[in-house]
Design a protein around this ligand. Structure first.
Ligand SMILES: Nc1nc2c(c(=O)[nH]1)N[C@@H](CNc1ccc(C(=O)N[C@@H](CCC(=O)N[C@@H](CCC(=O)N[C@@H](CCC(=O)O)C(=O)O)C(=O)O)C(=O)O)cc1)CN2
Ligand SMILES: [Zn+2]
Length: 768
């Protein structure tokens, strides 16, 4: 029996890598210095896993930005516009675009990794796409680990996942047709790493968790049959995670691979299907993903051992691996860093395991399964059992009042007073906005100064008064800036918030939050997801102070800014002892009360952000309806308590909307602002086909790139939008919040944005 981990977090326990890469971008450190730090991060990761007795440790799970982007480099899948760049400059230009030294290239698209809050870079394909092999990264990391005495298993993304997650950038072909071109490059890759003496290669094909067409399934078969015929000693681990093999099982179980990995956290039921499958083979190794890579609760050893026992009845120990369910990329580093008297009470802490603790869980499970008499393992087992029992019975978790409120919710709680067309008229009167009204998504640059001042507040180095005065000043400056530049609906700037989810988590009951629980969201950007351990309630107002202060500074309408229930749920670590829908409704009630308080405080426009509604969608279509029903309902509970002339906005980013457009319409927000610029308004097709009735602000400016869009570019996008949508319903806004940007580029970009809206108004005026 072996213990194995599918991948380890790579930002560094103290976010060393994040900080170094950002310093490299600012030219504060050299490439050499950056590489030294990346090597340290990898080295520490390997040693931690080795010290925790993990037998099969990954390499090539490291990345300077994203593992799909790395795969683009490995396979030579580099879009034409980056061809003149080299090395790291090329790599980061692909990720973030580049606008300097006469060069002006846009970034590649970025989108959500399955149902997680991680974003990957979307591979771009053209009809005559060529691929070529570059194994530098894989080989370097393998050798580095080997020098430490660790024979790793390199991890790569498989060809079908790589192709399916990418996008055609030209019409007239399907990316799956590129399989014949990509397979020889993979073949070369396998041969080359085989020649180094690599024993196992982990090939990730998480698309096996999705509904695949016959054609896609056939492509999988073709691929792995091809690999099995290559003359190498190398053994292949096929890794699927985040859901069952489902309808792909019949195909997958017959694939000629050496190790077959199952996510038993997300899909425990598949174990019986596999063990009783006519094609089940005692020759193949089963890798049992029993330790959750997507959540932070301690493992239930009793349950995991039951699964393992089931397998030991059918397979000898040589053919069983104990594994993480997926990569630990989605988990924080180390619970030991958390100071218990602060944000996580001792009671809650005993229920938690982060990546480092999960390593021990995996190796302990292996010992318990192979040497049941082992004393150390048994005492860990008893502790585990006790903690799980404590959790089930704990009084911290239950709040009768909250449960009663949820039970008493009726249909009228998720219904605005009048229908949209009536509300629209009233809102037009109340708000008196021009055509193509301009607004932003909420946040303005979170500068180093702001973060440092907040850090000082937390350390007690500045008082609450000094901090509040500082935030008031930032807010006022931002209101004045928005007035000057000529935006129509203003925002307060969200300077008081560390993060749009964590900030609410910190103020709600039933949440715990960490000091160092960082998880990579994309590139160098990280989040600290709060932990929802108990029933959720709102003790007091959370945002009214800052929003009404901002409104007091100006005659223009200020948008109150809230995070929606589905997004708070989706971007937190959620309790697993009740349905997610119940937890979501609890959050929805808390947000509803906040919405009403904002309205009472005089805010005429309130935005309830739901950027995560799409990523919460189950991976398999058969589960969609149920999810969408409760998710949309939760949003409506949060947004329906207001008067007709209060304008409710929502905002979404990084999603494909086509397949859920009906549900987006059912949310019935008066205005939706959405990300569309990186995909050049392509996303609007869904809204057009569906004849989406309410107002829409299609993003005209990619805020994840420091490059400044020209007025002409923005106008072109708006022209496109006008071709597609009724112009009276169009708002003008960036793709998302501006928190990651600096002021200079923000100013220029918003100036151009307002100019283009004005020019559109003139154009329309001339037309009528
Ligand atoms: N939860 C969540 N998910 C999301 C998004 C989001 O906004 N939130 N947006 C989408 C894109 N993702 C994003 C995710 C993170 C960030 C982001 O800016 N993250 C910041 C951290 C934000 C934060 O929590 N900041 C804290 C702590 C800041 C900090 O690093 N403080 C320093 C001290 C200050 C300094 O010297 O800089 C320290 O602790 O060492 C604060 O402001 O209080 C980062 O990685 O840098 C942006 C976009 C999708 N998913
Ligand atoms: Zn957004």
């Amino acid at each position: 029996m072996k213990s194995t981990v599918l991948g380890y977090p790579r930002i560094g326990a103290q976010r060393e890598l994040k900080k170094s890469i950002e310093n490299f971008w600012k030219e504060k450190i050299s490439e050499e210095e950056l590489f030294k730090i990346s090597k340290d991060v990898r080295t520490r990761n390997w040693i931690i896993q080795k010290e925790a007795d993990i037998d099969m440790i990954s390499s090539n799970d490291f990345s300077h930005y994203d593992h799909i982007l790395d795969m683009c480099i490995t396979l030579g899948c580099i879009p034409e516009r980056f061809k003149n760049l080299k090395g790291l400059q090329q790599y980061f230009a692909m990720a973030r675009g580049q606008q300097k030294e006469g060069l002006d290239v846009t970034a590649m698209e970025m989108t959500k990794w399955f149902d997680s809050n991680y974003h990957y870079i979307v591979p771009e394909f053209v009809k005559h796409q060529e691929f070529s092999l570059n194994t530098k990264k894989i080989v370097t990391e393998w050798k580095e680990a080997l020098a430490l005495g660790i024979k790793t298993k390199p991890v790569i993304v498989g060809p079908i996942t790589f192709l399916l997650l990418g996008k055609e950038k030209e019409k007239g072909f399907n990316r799956l047709e590129l399989l014949d071109k990509i397979l020889p490059v993979y073949e070369k890759l396998l041969k080359e790493i085989d020649s180094f003496g690599v024993e196992y290669l982990q090939i990730d094909e998480p698309v096996l968790s999705l509904d695949l067409s016959k054609q896609e399934q056939l492509a999988i078969v073709k691929t792995y049959q091809h690999f099995s015929k290559i003359n190498v000693r190398l053994k292949i681990i096929l890794a699927n995670y985040f859901d069952c093999y489902g309808d792909n099982l019949d195909v997958a179980i017959n694939l000629p691979v050496d190790v077959f990995h199952l996510d038993l956290v997300r899909c425990p039921l598949q174990l019986d299907d596999i063990l009783s499958h006519p094609s089940f083979s005692t020759e193949k190794i089963l890798s049992l993903g029993v330790v959750d890579g997507r959540n932070i609760w301690i493992n239930d050893f009793e349950r995991s051992l039951k699964y393992i026992e089931k397998v030991t009845e059918k397979l000898d120990n040589q053919h069983i691996w104990i594994a993480s369910s997926c990569s630990f990329l989605h988990c924080p580093y180390d619970l030991d860093l958390e100071n218990t008297n602060k944000k996580i009470g001792l009671d809650v802490k005993q229920w938690l395991a982060f990546s480092k603790q999960k390593l021990r869980e995996i190796s302990t499970l292996k010992v318990l399964a192979t040497t049941p008499g082992n004393e150390d393992a048994n005492s860990i087992f008893n502790e585990n059992k006790k903690a799980n029992q404590n959790r089930r019975k704990s009084e911290l978790i239950h709040n009768t009042l909250v449960k009663e409120r949820i039970d008493k919710l009726t249909n009228s709680d998720s219904q605005r007073i009048s229908q949209f067309s009536d509300r629209q008229l009233l809102q037009k009167e109340t708000l008196d906005l021009p055509l193509f009204p301009t607004t932003t998504i909420g946040s303005f640059p979170q500068t180093k100064k702001i973060r440092q001042t907040r850090a000082k507040l937390k350390k007690g180095e500045v008082t609450q008064e000094v901090y509040d005065e500082f935030i008031r000043n930032e807010t006022e400056v931002t209101i004045r800036f928005q007035e000057e530049v000529g935006l129509d609906v203003l925002v307060h700037g969200e300077f008081e918030r560390n993060d749009m989810v964590e900030y609410f988590g910190e103020q709600l009951e039933g949440f715990a939050f960490t000091q160092y629980g960082w998880v990579q969201s994309y590139g160098t950007r990280c989040v600290k997801p709060p932990i929802i351990y108990g029933d959720v309630s709102r003790e007091k107002e959370m945002t009214v102070k800052w929003s009404s202060y901002a409104q007091s500074l100006t005659k223009k309408p200020v948008k109150g800014m809230l995070t929606g229930p589905v997004t708070i749920l989706q971007w937190s670590f959620v309790r697993d002892d009740q349905p997610r829908s119940v937890t979501c409704n609890q959050i929805a009630c808390a947000i509803r009360d906040e919405v009403k308080d904002l309205e009472n405080a005089g805010l005429k426009v309130i935005q309830i952000d739901e950027p995560a509604i799409r990523e919460g969608l189950p991976l398999r279509k058969e589960d969609w309806k149920n999810y969408l029903n409760w998710a949309v309902k939760a949003f409506r509970i949060s947004s329906s308590g207001v008067k007709d002339d209060t304008q409710i906005h929502t905002h979404m980013c990084y999603s494909e909307f086509n397949d859920i457009i009906e549900s987006i319409a059912e949310m019935d927000a008066d205005v939706i602002t959405i990300e569309t610029s990186r995909s050049e308004m392509e996303l609007l097709d869904a809204f057009v086909d569906f004849k989406y009735p309410n107002e829409i602000g299609p993003g005209v400016y990619d805020i994840h790139s420091p490059r400044v869009p020209t007025q002409k570019e923005i106008e072109n996008l708006l022209d496109k939008a006008c071709d597609l949508l009724p112009y009276e319903n169009i708002w003008v806004n960036p793709d998302c919040g501006l928190k990651t940007r600096d002021w200079p580029e923000t100013k220029s970009a918003l100036e151009n944005l307002v100019k283009s809206a004005r020019s559109m108004r003139e154009k329309m005026f001339q037309l009528v």
